[in-house]
Design a protein around this ligand. Structure first.
Ligand SMILES: CC(C)(COP(=O)(O)OP(=O)(O)OC[C@H]1O[C@@H](n2cnc3c(N)ncnc32)[C@H](O)[C@@H]1OP(=O)(O)O)[C@@H](O)C(=O)NCCC(=O)NCCS
Length: 195
């Protein structure tokens, strides 16, 4: 198995308000870790809203550290090669990391979970990034995207609404971080979008 998106993806994503062109780029075998990316990812993942919804329950409330960013990038790169999970960084026109999105493996069900985060300093990119992901996924053979969101996560719920996901119910989900169980289960709202 390997990435259903091919070796490399680099596509434009429009910033909704300013019309600036960001780029959604795969973290694939050719990705070379840079200290700028590490610093940007640590800064973004430490932002209060993002930390609350993505890392608080996964890190046991400790801070998001440089090693976490390094492990994430290594996990992302190997996931692209194995096809287990495909991660993308979205960069602003200066090349600085602004958001990230990932999708699970393409199996016979054609259904996969998506996850994403965006810096509060780069609002206006996520909706278009999810749209872009949906187009790429449809082209690669996925049939359904699934998102699990906490009820209190209003900004994420708004993204799903804008991108045509439907609320289909609730489910208990055991949290993982970089595929490792963290020993905690939360109740999420389940959203789906057929492609
Ligand atoms: C969820 C998250 C990614 C949303 O980011 P965001 O910057 O609010 O998302 P968007 O770029 O889509 O929207 C920002 C604004 O641009 C507007 N916008 C963006 N694209 C748009 C479009 N194509 N059409 C209309 N409006 C658009 C939105 O209406 C929104 O406006 P508002 O600030 O007045 O509400 C971000 O809050 C985040 O990272 N949260 C923490 C991590 C997280 O929760 N991840 C998801 C786990 S399920």
């Amino acid at each position: 198995m390997n990435s259903p998106f091919g070796e490399h993806v680099d596509v434009p994503v429009l910033q909704h308000d300013t019309g600036e062109m960001y780029r959604m780029v795969s973290i694939d075998a050719g990705y070379v870790v840079s200290e700028e990316d590490i610093a940007a990812i640590v800064e973004i993942c430490s932002e209060p809203l993002l930390y609350r919804f993505v890392f608080r329950d996964r890190l046991g409330e400790r801070a998001y550290e440089e090693q976490d960013a390094r492990s994430f990038l290594e996990w992302a790169r190997s996931g692209w090669v194995s096809g287990q999970h495909m991660c993308f960084l979205v960069r602003d026109p200066a090349g600085v990391v602004a958001t990230s999105i990932e999708v699970g493996s393409l199996d016979e069900s054609g259904e996969a979970l998506v996850g994403y985060w965006a810096s509060a300093f780069h609002r206006g990119v996520m909706t278009n990034t999810v749209e872009c992901m949906a187009e790429l996924a449809a082209g690669a053979g996925y049939r359904k995207l699934v998102s699990l969101v906490e009820e209190e996560n209003l900004r994420s719920l708004a993204v799903l609404k804008r991108t045509g996901f439907s609320h289909v119910g609730s489910q208990e989900h055991s949290l993982t971080r970089l595929d490792q169980p963290v020993g905690k289960t939360l109740k999420f709202r389940r959203y789906e979008r057929a492609l």
